[in-house]
Design a protein around this ligand. Structure first.
Ligand code: TEU
Length: 559
């Protein structure tokens, strides 16, 4: 039997099924495709798979708009395929976590169809209907309210108009969600990643948000994020779904805007809410006054300051999840590393090293283990994502410069993460024999799994080693953390301690050779290098001075 906190020593791998592997040539990835690639995941060594949504969906937001929570969309396969995937993963000792999208449903979900049918529908109150909209803006541009012509009322949709928000104040809604979750646990899934779960408790009355003079919309975010009943709803869910379930499970709540203090409460085991949260601070740092696509330069010290504050804040109570990217974020190596061909592999390995040796549960997003990069989307026609398309459309109407808009979308657009997984150098990167729903990144001829899995110097092999180290050395999963040299402009350093053993992590975030300050290496003279990004990562001169090569990392161990 697994300890209750089994998820502290695991690495989770996120699959975006649409872009992972197509098995039937329709250009869209599917469940049988994933089954066929389990060898890759087992070889990498990951413990848990998180599947982005595969439920029945009109695909307005690639499956985050669900029309049936208890069925698989035909584009991905069948429930039987999913059962087979769960069994095949379990046979290899890999667990499977589903995406749980219950802040909203699709407008084609039976609940919403019934809710919108009439003002006195039994399910009218399952969603948020008002005679007049407030001033909130949707995350996907435009008003967060849509008029239903037939009944003359507006419904709230924080995301697309095809994603109406559920009314969590209604206990029937909560019970229906709990029943659905139990159904999945009974089917054999090992937990849930909970989509925007901190948006389920809205401020009663749904008042207007603060609106700057001249702005088209008010800011509704503070009125929906981490609202008054969030913890009550999470605790109830925990009691109703998980508490008595014999199954070992993992829960991670996706929570934009969550603070360290809030996260500590939500992940305190004593509160019975969630095991960990996805916080957004480090992925919001490069946004500007104009929002996420108003991209600002970001230096390493700000990134480090943020992540290390989360490390310290959740050191005693609570637990961190650790991620550089996912299906909503640009590729880590292009954003936080250096994707110039000379530095790409080294910086991808260094980013991986820094993240995987922090205290918390690391998440690897498909292709990250190969050092996959952002794509180059030439025109708006190359984009597929509703967030990018709506953003461009809305601002074009406001006569913004289209080239400037495209620049922001190229840097931050979610499609960067959604181009096909790069399996080999063949057409469409081995993802499909048909026409892919989104073009593969042309760099797949260089960057692909086939070229990396057996290469001892590859990014893939480095990820393998990091994952193996977490499994082998309890310091990685359970050690305390000590931030070091926090004022250094280019060196990210920290140590970890557990049961008399210590690790020292030294990572360079610059191209130029980097002298390591002497005091950092005091007492580490004969320490063993348990991991390096290459054989030349750290050069020690006879007098004890040490230099890190550009973008390289070293991990030392002493007892
Ligand atoms: O994302 C929620 C979220 O807040 C953002 O990351 C979102 O992707 C957007 O970029 C805001 O600017 C979750 C899912 O991960 C995302 O794919 C969905 O589109 C969204 O919820 C709605 O379900």
């Amino acid at each position: 039997d697994l300890p209750r906190d089994w998820w502290k020593s695991v690495v989770v791998y996120q699959i975006y099924p649409r872009s992972f592997q197509d098995s039937d040539g329709d250009g869209v990835g599917d469940l049988r495709g994933i089954i066929g690639r389990l060898d890759h995941l087992q070889h990498l060594g990951v413990d848990v798979l998180w599947l982005s949504p595969v439920y029945r969906s009109p695909m307005d937001d690639n499956g985050y708009d669900i029309s049936d929570y208890q069925d698989v969309d035909p584009v991905f396969g069948t429930l039987a395929d999913l059962d087979e995937l769960i069994a095949a993963a379990h046979e290899r000792g890999i667990r499977l976590v589903m995406d749980l999208v219950v802040n909203h449903t699709s407008d084609e979900h039976a609940w919403f169809v019934e809710s919108r049918a009439s003002l006195d529908s039994d399910k009218r109150d399952w969603y948020l209907w008002r005679d007049e909209p407030n001033n909130w803006e949707s995350f996907f541009s435009g008003s967060a309210w849509e008029l239903d012509e037939a009944t003359g009322q507006y419904y709230l949709h924080l995301f697309s108009r095809k994603q109406p928000d559920l009314n969590w104040e209604n206990p029937q809604v909560r019970q229906a969600v709990h029943a659905m979750m139990r159904w999945w646990l009974d089917r054999g899934v090992d937990g849930f990643r909970m989509d925007v779960i901190n948006l389920i408790s809205k401020t009663p009355g749904l008042p207007d948000g603060e609106q700057a003079p001249g702005a088209a919309f008010g800011n509704g975010f503070p009125l929906v994020a981490c609202g008054p009943r969030l913890e009550e709803f999470l605790q109830e869910m925990h009691r109703e779904v998980f508490a008595d379930h014999p199954h070992a499970y993992l829960t991670v709540g996706e929570m934009p805007g969550v603070t360290v203090e809030q996260a500590r409460r939500y992940t305190d085991p004593a509160n019975g809410e969630v095991d960990m949260v996805f916080q957004f601070e480090h992925v919001d740092l490069d946004g500007g006054p104009g929002g996420k696509f108003d991209v600002q330069p970001l230096d390493m010290p700000r990134l480090r300051e943020s992540l290390m504050r989360w490390q310290v804040g959740l050191a005693e109570t609570g637990w961190n999840s650790l991620y550089w990217d996912n299906h909503d974020q640009p590729r880590a190596v292009s954003r936080f590393g250096d994707d110039d061909p000379v530095w790409r592999e080294r910086s991808a390995k260094t980013l991986a090293t820094v993240l995987h040796l922090l205290r918390g549960t690391p998440y690897v997003y498909q292709g990250e283990e190969l050092g996959m990069t952002n794509s180059h989307f030439a025109t708006i026609a190359d984009f597929r994502d509703i967030e990018s398309l709506n953003y461009f459309e809305a601002r074009q109407h406001g006569h913004a410069d289209p080239e400037a808009l495209l620049e922001g979308l190229r840097d931050k657009g979610r499609d960067n993460a959604r181009t096909p997984m790069q399996w080999d150098d063949s057409p469409h990167a081995g993802f499909t024999t048909g026409t892919p729903w989104i073009e593969a990144n042309p760099d797949h001829t260089e960057i692909n799994a086939a070229a990396q899995v057996e290469d001892p110097t590859s990014v893939f092999t480095h990820y393998q080693r990091l994952i193996a180290l977490r499994h082998a050395d309890p310091v990685v999963a359970h050690g305390s953390i000590q931030p070091l040299a926090m004022d250094h402009p280019d060196l990210w350093a920290y140590s970890r301690s557990y049961d008399g053993a210590q690790l020292l992590v030294l990572s360079s975030f610059t191209r130029a050779p980097l002298p390591v300050p002497d005091e950092l290496l005091e007492g580490w003279g004969d320490a063993e290098a348990v991991l390096t990004t290459s054989d030349e990562a750290l050069v020690r001169s006879p007098d004890g001075a040490a230099t890190l090569a550009g973008w390289e990392s070293v991990v030392l161990r002493r007892v």
